[in-house]
Design a protein around this ligand. Structure first.
Ligand SMILES: Nc1nc2c(ncn2[C@@H]2O[C@H](COP(=O)(O)O[C@H]3[C@@H](O)[C@H](n4cnc5c(=O)[nH]c(N)nc54)O[C@@H]3COP(=O)(O)O)[C@@H](O)[C@H]2O)c(=O)[nH]1
Length: 875
């Protein structure tokens, strides 16, 4: 290997060329003989080491010990470096072995490793190799290059290998201060204090003998301004802290201690805010080591934690994991539970639970421990809520969260709870509202269905029977229309109450909507159980209600269907009970009907009729027929009654008796009646002036607030004089809400319209109605006329009515006059007008011209013109 290259290698290794080691390295390179790899020991080492003699050692591999490295001829400085602590600057006796050699493996481990490492490198490269190594010298860190120079070894003992090594220690120029190295970089302040004693030997003060930069910074002074200062002179540095006394006490006790201090105000470096410092004091005789730590972050964390815990609005406890004793509690827990903090601290956390929930709570806390994964584990919510008891014995429902923590190395459980009592109540309210009717608080349709399905299931299982009763209030709409909805609502509440009072506990009543109710009657022994219940319900509802001073009379109609005979499914049963209800209503209300198989078809027919009726109005299918009314004395036509006809496109002519009640039930009579009025008045407007037109008004039309308005509108539109219009009403107009209807009648009468009472004598209190309103005409029902000759009572009634008419100055019209005999007798009794097939059946408008042509003629001529029983009439 060329000497230049070796020098280059030395320079690369950071060596100064003018120092003895470099000189020696050059010698090593120059002593390599041609053909040789290494210079010989003799040529390099003998007589050439000079100043290096104290820094060197010879190293060999011991063939006897599998190449273990041994040292000999160890210089004093080398020995000091290789020291194991046995003596300064020497290798201890224990390490010196055969032939004054030292076994490297017996040296300090770091030294042995450095030697073995550098030798291995030199062996491998066959050139000088270097490793760095350190030693503490006078409190400073000295850094050395440890060189190994391989040499051929022919003259040495055959015990050693053929290559020996000169090991050289070369110290770096700079040493590093040990203290500075150790404490310079730390953020922690370090101070060394020396106690100062008085003559009596008592420690009275301290002097700062050393400190690091961190200490100066934390104490907010230049390091130079603190060095060699007495602590008593620095009192101003620690306002409010008697640091000297604290240190003296510490020296006196000889034990370690620590204390914390807060320094307010900005620092010299301009940092704002308080400094929180922690002083750790460790005395060793008169020397005191003080560490100063900035605990501002810790304080801030503690403060934040305190705020999070103490000021948290959620009740929280820290509980000892083992004993379950409460060790800390926040304000919210005290406020919420009513126990003071002291009370809580004397409690087992399970004490807040009801006896029933204590076991669950304990099990949960135990499970929490079992699954613990350390303080970082997320808070665990419990699947179920617990019932806790407050100090005033109130039970609250809480939803807990818990996690395990280590507080001062002690395993604790942080338990917090959310009070869900109000939420649960609200949920229960919502749940109740979802299944109950808000007005009556009865179960609603949804709950009824659910219950019915459950009851049907049970009935199937036990092969039992049950009944479904569908109920509907009679005349409820009238109450709403006449007394207003608030009264209607109160009536429904009162009805619900009566239902509840009438039912057994096992019966289940629901409000399905409006005035519809339904009842499930379970465990039936006999159908009579259901009819018995229906009877009791009808009776209960029939009794008048006193609602806000109003005597309100309603009834209830009931349809009953049985399971299993009328159906096994909820839908079928409800549908069938509903059909039976429909039947009950059609049969006169305030009654009950059992479902019968044929009802289905009838209901369907009824539904079809409803649909057709609606279409009929839209398609203008209705027609008006007119029947003349004649004055008995003058024997001349005084007017016509307009009678509605419906030629159904498929079913032919449908009589009004069949479709008008349906139109009334579904409210369609209002637009139909308006059409009749408009059409009749328009027609009559073209007749001679002395001829009147009579139009029937349904009681349902009186419920329409627009009745009077409509009549006025029609009169204006058609130009018909109001005195030529006669409105026929039935007694039922005065039956319900009579006050309002009488007012309407009066308004109409005030317009100049004539009002006649139709079908007089058929109602229960016909006479009493005469007091309520001054009718212009009484129409004697045709049933009395028909029975004239057969029943003397009929004759008596006719006589009475005509007598009444005379006294009250009302006209009397006999309906249904079919024979001359009837005409004769009516005439004799003083009846003022007649109407009937004897003169003419109701005729379409197109045929009126013919009848009107005879309008001023005696009715014998009219009969001829009408081609109806003309012979009889003439006779
Ligand atoms: N609200 C409305 N009611 C109306 C309207 N049109 C008719 N009606 C009412 O329908 C009921 C049946 O009416 P209708 O089938 O037309 O019967 C009327 C006459 O045809 C019938 N009549 C007349 N003379 C005789 C007779 O000699 N013998 C006999 N068997 N029947 C006869 O009487 C009915 C007239 O009744 P009334 O109104 O009481 O005078 C019926 O109650 C009609 O009121 C309508 O537009 N609106």
């Amino acid at each position: 290997m060329a000497g230049d290259e070796r020098e280059t290698g030395a320079v690369k290794a950071g060596l100064r060329l003018d120092n003895p080691v470099q000189h020696f390295l050059r010698r090593w390179a120059s002593e390599i003989r041609p053909g040789e790899t290494l210079p010989s020991y003799e040529s390099v080492a003998l007589g050439h080491l000079g100043r290096l003699i104290e820094m060197k050692a010879l190293a060999f591999r011991d063939r006897r010990e599998a190449g273990a490295v041994r040292l000999l001829r160890i210089g004093s400085l080398f020995a000091a470096w290789a020291d194991t602590g046995a003596g300064e600057n020497e290798i201890g006796e224990n390490e010196i072995g055969d032939n004054g050699t030292a076994a490297v493996c017996a040296l300090r481990r770091d030294r042995a490793r450095a030697i073995c490492e550098v030798i291995a490198r030199a062996e491998e490269s066959c050139r000088p190799e270097r490793v760095e190594t350190h030693m503490i010298v006078n409190g400073a860190i000295a850094t050395y290059n440890l060189w190994a120079l391989p040499l051929s070894n022919r003259s040495l003992s055959t015990q050693w290998g053929e290559v020996s090594f000169i090991l050289l220690l070369e110290e770096h120029a700079a040493r590093q201060d040990l203290l500075e190295t150790m404490f310079g970089a730390t953020m922690e302040g370090m101070l060394a204090l020396q106690a100062i004693r008085d003559r009596a030997g008592k420690a009275v003060d301290f002097e700062i003998i050393a400190l690091n930069q961190a200490a100066a910074r934390l104490l907010d002074r230049e390091a130079g301004a603190l060095s060699w200062q007495r602590m008593s002179d620095l009192a101003g540095l620690f306002p409010g802290q008697d640091l000297v006394s604290a240190l003296l006490a510490c020296v006196c006790d000889g034990g370690r201690t620590h204390f914390e201090a807060t320094f307010e105000g900005a620092t010299f470096e301009g940092e704002a805010g308080a400094r929180h410092l922690r002083f750790g004091v460790a005395p060793t005789g008169d020397l005191v080591s003080v560490t100063v730590s900035d605990i501002a972050d810790i304080r801030a964390r503690e403060e934040a934690l305190r705020t999070l815990f103490d000021d948290n609005p959620v009740p929280m406890w820290l509980v000892d994991k083992e004993s379950r004793q409460i060790i800390r509690v926040n304000r919210a827990a005290s406020v919420h539970y009513g126990y003071g903090p002291e009370d809580f601290l004397a409690m087992d956390v399970l004490d807040v639970a009801t006896p029933g929930d204590r076991t669950r709570m304990r099990e949960f806390l135990e499970t929490l421990s079992d699954t613990r994964s350390g303080a970082g584990e997320a808070a665990r919510p419990v699947e179920q809520s617990w019932i806790h008891v407050t100090a005033d014995r109130r039970q609250i429902e809480v939803f807990p969260y818990a996690r395990e923590l280590l507080v001062e190395r002690r395993p604790v459980i942080l338990l917090s709870v959310i009070d869900v009592t109000e939420r649960r109540k609200a949920e229960a309210r919502v749940e109740h509202m979802a299944h109950h009717d808000a007005l009556t608080d009865l179960p609603n349709r949804f709950l009824f269905r659910t219950r019915l399905e459950a009851d049907l299931l049970r009935a199937r299982r036990i092969e039992g029977a049950l009944a479904v009763l569908c109920l509907d209030l009679d005349h409820f709409k009238g109450v709403n229309d006449t007394l207003g909805h608030p009264i209607g609502d109160k009536l429904l509440q009162a009805v619900a109450e009566r239902f509840n009072r009438t039912l057994r506990e096992t019966d289940f009543v629901a409000r399905l909507g409006g005035d519809e109710f339904a009842i499930i009657q379970t465990d039936l022994d006999d159908p009579s159980d259901a009819s018995g219940l229906a009877g009791r319900l009808i009776e209960a509802i029939e009794k008048p209600f006193d609602i806000d001073g109003h005597q309100v009379a309603v009834g209830t109609s009931i349809g009953i269907a049985f399971s299993p005979s009328d159906g096994r499914e909820a839908d079928t049963l409800l549908k069938n009970a509903d059909m039976a209800l429909y039947r009950a209503k059609a049969d006169g209300r305030s009654t009950f009907r059992f479902f019968e198989p044929g009802m289905d078809a009838r209901l369907q027919a009824r539904r079809a009729l409803e649909l057709d009726l609606r279409k009929a109005l839209a398609n203008k299918e209705f027609e008006l027929y007119y029947q003349p009314q004649l004055n008995v004395a003058t024997r001349r036509v005084t007017g016509f009654e307009a009678l509605l006809r419906w030629p159904h496109p498929e079913r032919g002519m449908i009589p009004p008796d069949e479709f008008i009640p349906v139109a009334e039930e579904i409210g369609l009579i209002v637009p139909i009646g308006e059409w009749v009025l408009r059409r009749a008045c328009a027609e009559a407007a073209g007749w001679p002036e002395m001829i009147k037109i009579a139009v029937n008004l349904s009681p349902v039309q009186f419920k329409s607030k627009r009745l009077v308005e409509t009549v006025v509108e029609v009169l204006q539109e058609t130009g018909l004089d109001p005195s030529r219009l006669e409105l026929e009403i039935t007694e039922s107009v005065l039956l319900h809400g009579s006050a309002g209807n009488v007012a309407v009648l009066q308004e109409l009468k005030d317009l100049g319209i004539r009002i006649s009472m139709d079908d007089f004598g058929t109602g229960y209190s016909s006479l009493s109605y005469l007091q309520k309103f001054p009718f212009d005409k009484l129409k004697i029902d045709q049933s009395f006329v028909r029975e004239l000759s057969d029943r003397p009572e009929a004759m008596a009634i006719i006589r009475a009515v005509t007598g009444l008419g005379r006294s009250l100055q009302m006209l009397t019209t006999a309906e249904g006059v079919e024979t001359p005999e009837q005409l004769e007798r009516l005439s004799r009794e003083g009846c003022t007008e007649v109407q009937g097939y004897l003169f003419s059946e109701p005729r379409p408008a197109s045929e009126l011209a013919r009848l009107l042509a005879c309008g001023t003629q005696p009715f014998e001529r009219l009969a001829k013109a009408g081609e109806m029983r003309a012979g009889e009439a003439v006779a």
